[in-house]
Structures are given as C-alpha cells and as structure tokens.
Design a protein around this ligand. Structure first.
Ligand code: SR1
Ligand code: MG
Length: 429
C-alpha cells in the first residue's frame, strides 16, 4: 500500500491484501499474506490494533481512526496523531534506549498506521495490577524511562535550535492536547454531558468537589502549566494502560498524546495510576492472581513502587544533570567551571523540588478525572459491586483532592502514605 492513497480503515478481512506487499511485514511474518491470521485487539479509547500472524512470526498493526473510538464518529479526531506517535516513539527509543518501547518496523502517514513489534507474553500493566501481580522491575524501568526521556528532551540537554524545531513539530498535536485540557483539567469539575460517576453513591461527594473553589483554582493553575510550559517532550498519556509488562520486561507504548509540556505531567499521571490501583485493591479482594494474592501485601507493594519509582527517577535525573547538562539551561560556565559546584546542586534541588510539587498536583487531577469524567479506568470499573466500587472511588477522590490542593506543603511520601493508609482504613472520612 502506498502512502499516497486516501485513508481507509483496515478490517480483519482487508488487512492481508492491503499490507501483503510491505517488506517490513513480509520479512518478519512471512510472504504468504493469504495465510496470515488477523485479530483486532484494540481496547483503548481511540485506535484499531491488530495482531497479524504469519508462518514466521507476528507483528502489531496500529491504525488511527478519524474519530474517537470510545465515543464514535460524532467526535472527529485527526489522523495526524499517528505521526506524533511514530515520532515520539523514535525519540523515546533514542533517549531511553532500545527495548524501552516497541520496535517500529514501518510507518505509513497517509494511512495513519504503524507496524511494530508484537510484545509477547507481555500484558497491560493495569490488568496485571488488577489481578494482584507484583512486577519486580517496573519501578526501576519506569523511573529510568521518565528521567531519560524527560531530561534529554529538555533545554537541560538539547541544543536550543533543535529543541525549538521539535517544539514546533509537536505543537501541532493540538487536538490531543485539547482532549487532555478538557477531560483532565476542566470537565471533571462541572456537570457536563460526557461525564459520569458511580451514582447515586458518589453524588454528594461529587457535588462537594465541584463546589470546591480551592480545588478548581488549583486544577486551572495546573492546566495553565500543562498548556504553557513547553519544558520537554512528554509521553502525554503515561498511565498503567500505556505500559506492557512481563516479570522481566517493561515497555512504554502509545505516545500519541506526546507534545512539549511539563516534566511533572508524565510523573504525576503515572503515580496517580499507582495510587488508584492502591485504592481499588479492596474491590478485588479474593479475585485474580493466585486467588487474588494478598491485597494488603499488594497495597504495600504499590506504595513501595511509588517510592522507588520516584527515587530512581530522582537519582537518574541527578546523574544526567551532572553528566549530560549541555543544553542552554544552568550553564556550567556559571557554576562548575568557576569552582561553584554547590550552585549547580542548589539549582538541581530546586528543579527536582518543583517537579515534586507539580507531580502531586497532576496526580490529584488525574485521579479525579478517571472517576468523575469521561474516560474511566478498569481498576475501578471492573469492581462489579457498585457500593464497593463507590467506596474505593470515594477514598481515591479524597486522596486526590488532598495531594492536589496541599501539594506545596507536602514534603515526603511518608506523610502521603500515612494519609493514604488512614483513608484506606476509613480512619479519615
Ligand atoms: C477521548 S480519549 C480519552 C482518554 O483516552 C486516552 O487514553 C487518554 O487518556 C484520554 O484522555
Ligand atoms: Mg492510549
């Protein structure tokens, strides 16, 4: 299929004939396209995802649709998000290393499709956590991934000219940013058509949050930061559904929301999804991996993952600060080169402190939008008992409000996790 042809959505039936002549596929899965098996497995909100298997192997074919799959054709969405996903993946691989994202074999811009590595036996991290599986490597892998992609895409590392050119390219990812700007920072905080929540159980808490002036002011402050602080190339949708895992391997997928935004946005979104998993665990008691595992040990595991992810992120970011700080910010000529290494340490401490504070804010609003907005997550949605689900969600909502509004006065995970435990046990109403 040539890139010049008009866009046409693939189907299970048409895919072999349409892609059967592409060397990037045939060389990996076999030339006899008539024998390929095709399965559509997309369970995200936006795209088609096919596993295509031939006699030599399998690949993933991901194709964007000209609308939001979750909602339907009434919500058009440009195909160019596939372009941003492809270019974000190539940059992430260059910055974080081969094996941190799926390998890319082919990109067709007009057909908005990417052919990439079929990750197997990987599963979506969110599903693994719902099952009660404890993955030993995720904190290390994700801490490193964030530090390396976020540092190396910023003015701490890139040449100003290159970075500005890249900011220009990704600035066109307007519609996907618009989704986040509305769905994360605004819609959850007022009554609008696409929102939903577990009702009537959460009605009074939702009304309370929507009347909460301090919370809404903070959410808008964070939105401003999201829209105006083009600090680095962020993944833009780094939740546990955008990560695939095995016991030994972690891959970050799906960066179609990538744009130049705040470092803390990716970190906060990821942490929020670990905290939501924490508060959802009691809804999965007795189910899943090895009869559900022990959900208290799962909760302790999740808090440990959060602390370790941050610690790895912080130490790798600091290492890069000392070894790769060759961009235009915090110029070495002002500090190390004139015998003032402490000046650079002071700047680093402050830089990391700002990420910490903003991370807590972004995490708080991400938690809220997954419970009050359009796009919910399976951690809570798969809890069949509505009363139990609402109890879990209410705890997460209160926790999210606290870390968002009080973020400038929160200094450690010890205090955050002491609060989380009190909320979880019902000690704090
Ligand atoms: C309409 S898209 C809803 C959500 O799905 C994506 O994964 C993003 O998280 C987006 O906010
Ligand atoms: Mg996605």
């Amino acid at each position: 299929m040539s890139g010049a042809e008009a866009f046409q959505a693939l189907t299970i039936e048409t895919l072999p004939a349409r892609l059967g002549g592409i060397d990037a596929l045939t060389s990996r899965i076999g030339t006899n396209a008539a024998q390929w098996t095709v399965k559509e497995v997309g369970d995200g909100n936006l795209n088609l995802v096919f596993i295509v298997t031939g006699d030599k192997g399998a690949v993933i074919v991901k194709q964007a649709l000209p609308y939001v799959r979750l909602v339907g054709e009434s919500w058009p969405l440009p195909l160019k998000r596939s372009f941003f996903e492809y270019h974000a993946l190539t940059r992430q691989e260059a910055r974080a290393g081969v094996g941190t994202v799926p390998a890319i074999f082919h990109f067709d811009e007009a057909q908005a499709l990417i052919v990439m590595e079929y990750l197997t036996p990987h599963v979506i991290l969110r599903h693994a956590l719902i099952e009660g599986r404890q993955l030993p490597k995720i904190a290390n892998d994700l801490g490193l991934f964030m530090a390396r992609t976020l540092f190396r895409g910023s003015d701490l590392s890139m040449k100003a000219k290159d970075r500005k050119a890249d900011v220009g390219i990704f600035a066109d990812n307007v519609e996907l940013c618009d989704i986040t700007e509305n769905l994360v920072f605004t819609d959850p905080y007022y009554e609008t058509e696409l929102n939903r929540h577990t009702s009537p159980q959460l009605d009074s808490l939702v009304a309370e949050l929507r009347a909460d002036r301090d919370l809404k002011v903070e959410a808008q402050k964070l939105k401003h930061m999201f829209a105006a602080n083009a600090e680095t190339l962020v993944h833009g949708d780094l939740h546990s559904g955008s990560i695939m895992v095995t016991h030994d391997d972690t891959r970050v997928i799906d960066p179609e929301f990538a744009f130049y935004g705040p470092i803390a946005f990716d970190v906060g979104m990821l942490m929020a999804n670990f905290w939501m998993s924490y508060f959802s665990q009691s809804g999965h008691e007795g189910a899943g991996h090895e009869k559900g595992g022990d959900r208290e040990s799962m909760r302790q595991y999740l808090l440990g993952v959060i602390v370790e992810t941050w610690s790895i992120f912080r130490s790798e970011f600091s290492r890069l600060w000392h070894t790769e700080r060759n961009g235009m910010l915090y110029d070495r000529r002002l500090f190390e080169d004139r015998g003032d290494p402490l000046g650079s340490e002071q700047a680093l401490d402050r830089f990391i402190h700002d990420i910490w504070v903003d991370m807590l804010g972004f995490a708080g609003v991400e938690i809220h939008r997954r419970i009050l907005g359009l796009a919910h997550n399976a951690d809570f949605e798969t809890i069949a008992d509505q009363d139990l689900r609402a109890t879990c969600e209410a705890k997460a909502l209160k926790f999210g409000r606290h870390i968002c509004v009080n973020r400038e006065r929160i200094h450690s995970f010890d205090e955050i996790h002491a609060l989380a435990a009190r909320i979880e046990k019902g000690i704090v109403a």
